[in-house]
Design a binder for this molecule. Sequence first.
Ligand SMILES: Nc1nc2c(ncn2[C@@H]2O[C@H](COP(=O)(O)OP(=O)(O)OP(=O)(O)O)[C@@H](O)[C@H]2O)c(=O)[nH]1
Ligand SMILES: [Mg+2]
Length: 345
Amino acid sequence: VSQTPGNEVAAWAERVQQGDRRALARAITCVENGEALAAELLAALYPLGGHAHVIGITGAPGTGKSTLVNALAQAYRRRGLTVGILAVDPSSPFTGGAILGDRLRMRDLAGDAGIFVRSMATRGSTGGLSRMAADVVHLLDAAGYRRIFIETVGAGQDEVDVARLAHTVIVVEAPGLGDDIQAIKAGILETANILVVNKADREGAEQTMASLRMMLDLQRPEQATVSHHGTLMAMAAHTPEAPGRWQPPLLAAVATEGRGAEEIVDAIEAHRFHLATTPEGAELRARHAEIELGRALDEALRRLLAQRLAREEYARLLADVIDRRVDPRSAAEQLIRCLCSPGES
Ligand SMILES: Nc1nc2c(ncn2[C@@H]2O[C@H](COP(=O)(O)OP(=O)(O)OP(=O)(O)O)[C@@H](O)[C@H]2O)c(=O)[nH]1
Ligand SMILES: [Mg+2]
């Protein structure tokens, strides 16, 4: 039960919207702690969002994602756009070294009112991560940040889920990681809208570029054989794409020197334009909304069940499942029926 009356929440939401950094920081903490107040704030702020372009950055540990985000944020600032950054560390349940490192690497950004940086650890809870990140994005969006970066490490389910929140997904590779490209190929390469080989100053960068180029070419449909009047024909490698299809560009960068940052920002903006001018943008927005509505519905139902369900009824059915008198699905059905028509059953 919230201690803060509704008009205080409204005032708080107003401060977030006006760019009050402390109000925003407190709102994010509320979301992280799963406080009921967060829901009220988000209810007030969600309708104000929808203006930010969200960029997901993922890749193996140490490929230079944070350094790159730093460089990209500065490039955006030069273009007069405000930037929100959310660094998510799903592997670490502690607010430990990685996040401290991010703070250091992003210190160039400190003191710029047009940039807001936040690191988030998951405290051991999986699954909740992408909901939390989605909520933080809504807060940053309502606070007026026009480009929002979400950095995640690796290619696990959590990272893929977080990437699904983004409008543009950038996968960062670095030379010398060898087998990691395979791992990424298996997981997240398909979701990449832009591929970056960072640490292009390192040995092996060209080789990494070449293997990624090969994978991209393999993914492209014109590489496949097509049936033409019943005859299988191999298509040429670089025939023009059907108009309206996005081709993920492969770009090199040296994030520590800011090299390649302008080109990557150009690519992000080109992808943004692509989304705005094809049906893909609306489809993506609809998909995001559906994911969030589905998740909210799950949570609401669970809450409703917890509130309404008679403990004894639940305990009785649980015992039935334990003793294999009833299977879990039928038990769940029965519980839902109790919920819909209390007093019966
Ligand atoms: N040589 C070289 N080093 C780089 C480059 N970009 C980043 N680094 C270095 O690589 C190391 C890791 O960089 P981070 O930006 O922390 O990498 P990250 O991918 O964010 O790392 P995690 O968040 O821990 O997965 C740091 O020591 C950087 O200075 C680059 O372009 N060239
Ligand atoms: Mg990092």
